[in-house]
Design a protein around this ligand. Structure first.
Ligand code: NAD
Ligand code: GLY
Length: 368
């Protein structure tokens, strides 16, 4: 069985992302060369466990690992909480994991984010492996070492930068992923095109629907493309200090606000919020004279064609959105930081956006 590899050369660590069909069944052999100890603990959620846990544990045991009983959490965004973090930590300490041991995250971005955070603080850092099973996690959250939980004040406000030892992407796991989750991941793929690649946008215009219908070749191409794009950004600016990694937040300032307003209750998925945010970032860029109307229209058409969500499925007001955005990104002296665009593939970090203009734009969209 062949698979492809993308290297992430972050300043703090270098590691490989392996991408291919059927990697779950080879996970034990692949991890043997990367982890220094056979003591590992898998963290997953109930949904993923139903599909993949038995075979995954078997693959680990077959290769000589002695995995502890897995930690199985509830599926969904609400799991990224202090309470569930404590649960993972107490399990790991109860198992007497040591600094050579590893936590293995088997699941989507929720499991990856909370497990990575736990690994980064247990004994001041134990090893960590990402085995992402959603499209969103395969193209974005498993790569680059951002870990987090949510707090009542907002999303991802508590976390660390902590790189995994390796990432195993089994593209076959996408066969069981609901269509809604596939679309959610697609928004993050589209984000890479909108940041800096008109060519990739063209590819998505031609292949997006095929990808969303589950075409394996289209999915693999987009996953590889996205991992390479993210690896390059992480190499240049691992800890988001140079206005480079911040580009990955395109669409997220609006998106995080909608997610917070929705209360993370499943009505609006993270990727859906990002999709809505991408369009708003482009529309706002047009409103302030930065982005040609033709590029905004092309994006709108693409969202129509792929059936991505374009407005939140609950009522929001401009005031709600503004209040949440301030908590997320902090406004200073009436200026806010946004990722804006001069066109498709021409995004940039704008550190001095006039809050009054944002307010006016949001009022025109959502009222009061
Ligand atoms: P998720 O982890 O909640 O997974 C979505 C749903 O799909 C869950 O119900 C899960 O049980 C189910 N599922 C997972 N794999 C499956 C499979 N193969 N078959 C069937 N069902 C499956 O959500 P997500 O979209 O993967 O991740 C969203 C999270 O990722 C958010 O919390 C977001 O903040 C975070 N994120 C982090 C980064 C980062 O850089 N760390 C980047 C982007 C997003
Ligand atoms: N998803 C944003 C980042 O990894 O920086």
């Amino acid at each position: 069985m062949t698979h492809s590899t993308v290297n992430v050369a972050a300043s703090s660590a270098s590691y490989d992302i392996h991408i291919g069909e059927g990697l779950l069944s080879r996970a034990g052999d692949m991890l043997k060369g990367v982890l220094p100890s056979k003591k590992i603990c898998v963290v997953t959620d109930e949904q993923v466990a139903k599909h993949y846990l038995f075979d995954f544990m078997h693959a680990l045991e077959f290769a000589g690992f002695t995995p502890y009983p897995p930690v199985i959490l509830a599926a969904g965004e609400e799991t990224k909480s202090f309470q569930q973090l404590q649960h993972i930590i107490e399990k790991a300490l109860g198992y007497k994991l040591d600094r050579k041991s590893a936590l293995v995250a088997l699941g989507g971005g929720v499991i990856g984010d909370i497990t990575g955070f736990a690994a980064s603080i247990i004994l001041r850092g134990i090893h960590f492996v990402q085995v992402p099973t959603t499209l969103l996690a395969q193209v974005d959250s498993s790569v680059g070492g951002k870990t987090a939980i949510n707090s009542p004040q907002g999303k991802n406000l508590v976390g660390t930068f902590y790189q995994p030892k390796t990432v195993l992407i089994d593209t076959g796991t996408l066969r069981t992923l609901p269509e809604r989750e596939l679309k959610s991941g697609y928004a993050e793929i589209l984000k890479y095109a909108l940041i800096d690649s008109p060519e990739f946008f063209q590819w998505l215009e031609q292949n997006g629907q095929k990808l969303l219908a589950g075409d394996p070749a289209a999915l693999t191409y987009a996953i590889e493309y996205s991992c390479k794009a993210k690896a390059a950004i992480v190499k240049a600016d691992e800890k988001e200090q140079k206005d480079i990694r911040a580009l990955l937040n395109l669409g997220h300032t609006f998106g995080h606000a909608f997610e917070a307003i929705g209360g993370y209750d499943g009505r609006l998925l993270h990727g859906e919020a990002v999709g809505i945010g991408l369009k708003l970032a482009f529309d706002f860029s047009r409103e302030v004279g930065l982005c040609p109307a033709a590029d905004c229209d092309a994006l709108g058409k693409h969202l129509d064609k792929t059936g991505l969500m374009q407005t939140p499925p609950f009522k929001v007001t401009a005031n709600d959105v503004l209040a949440r955005m301030k908590g997320d990104k902090k406004a200073k002296d009436g200026k806010m930081t946004f990722i804006l665009a001069r066109g498709i593939g021409k995004s940039f970090v704008a550190n001095d956006v006039d809050e009054a203009k944002v307010t006016e734009f949001l009022r025109s969209r959502f009222g009061g």
